[in-house]
Design a protein around this ligand. Sequence first.
Ligand code: GLU
Length: 513
Amino acid sequence: MSNEVRVRFAPSPTGVLHIGGVRTALYNYLFAKKHGGKFILRIEDTDQTRFVEGAEQYIKDAMAWCGIQIDEGTDQGGEYAPYKQSERKDLYKKYAQQMINEGTAYYAFDTAEELDEMRETLKAAKANSLNYNSITRNTMKNSLTLSAEEVQERLDSGAPYVIRIKVPAKEDIRLNDMIRGWVNVHTSTMDDKVLMKSDGMPTYHLANVVDDYLMKITHVIRGEEWLPSAPLHVLLYRYLGWEASMPQFAHLPLLLKPDGNGKLSKREAAKHGFPIFPMEWKITEEDAALKGFKEEGYLSEAFVNFLALLGWNPGTENEIFSLEELIEAFTIERVSKAGAKFDIDKAIWFNQQYLRKMSPSALASLLIEQTKAAGIACDNNKAIAIAELLQERIDYTPELLSKGKYFFESPTEYVDKVVRKKWNETAEAVFNTFSTEIVDQSLQADDFQKKLEQAVEAHDTKVGMVMQILRVAITGEAGGPDLMKIMEVLGTNEVADRIKKATNAFEQTANNE
Ligand code: GLU
């Protein structure tokens, strides 16, 4: 099919994939699936100096966690394999050579010192730009200024060289961005960018364009930081004779700090303690302290939903979208030009919504995983009961265990304020009667309620007078879900034991006063 939509996510494995990268992948995926097209993962690893072990696997794990399915890629293979640029080196060379032959690119032999010198001279002359361009190239050592023999000699002698694109002197390069509309750039502001480096590797610009063309990419959807490179890419398509099959470009808005002042950064995340990576990244020390949404206890569906709305709006009031619904609703036209403010409270809100919607048995499975990891026994029935009680009270999945720890262990600390205020002889008498009456029985929440009512009546008081101190005795905490239901989960003898233990502890507090 010649008009099949084909998009690619083309990360460089130079470190952790942060949230902006995941959003780029997600928008590409949504766009592809909306149009019945293909989503391709291409690994752009031509910069060997910045290669980080583990980064490629992390990218794949992040995609998998988000539910983004890759149609073609390094693991899936595909018609246009290989999908890793370091395995495609010879291809790029061929096209760079073609451009040299046709006069749209040239060899440059300048050393780093000579390039520095050029910039210094330009600076001293207060030049508008420090670019290697149609003016400055004439003063440098390249195949446009040296004689053919001299160039050949240098090449034969193995002298280091790069290949640069020959940007025309005075021309407007135009491109119609799907999000930003027409973008015009005058070539006098452009640089004769390096296409092939002295190590024989292509730069991003050449490899990216060659691969997008060969892989029949129809739409390039990527971050705004690549917009300044787009005119150069347009020129490359023209020079390589591929203008007719140039993809459409869509440059996504930046993710901004929560206050909207500047780009979202790792520093900002560290300062406010919010996650910025899809998952933890322990490989580089600098990033190890930063948090991942997954480990923080965000459901992947909530994370994806949150991410989709960071820069795109559905045009309706509805905010809750499953991945399938996002595919259905997504359009590039509704991606905003303006930067999107990162709001962690919104992420938490989405997580709450998804947690509330989950079935108790699915939540129970999460709890069972957590108890297993902590070496705590918990059968399925107990897990479901706990999940039902905590479902409305948690913001993150690990809170099933952390907020429900009293379901698994008797408290060792009690909210002091309540003890001081509510512990008295009557409460003690009610505790005694209540625990004697429940022991060795099998009771439901309603039965516990009745037993408690009988006990307070026997001591001439009211349920309201002892309820909170009883809760503290059983859970250690001043608030929480229905206490009768908690007691049902714990069972009568455990409740009786806890009452006894708490009575002793409360007495001690009272005696120490
Ligand atoms: N390798 C580039 C990156 O790491 C890809 C940019 C693009 O999508 O063209 O972001």
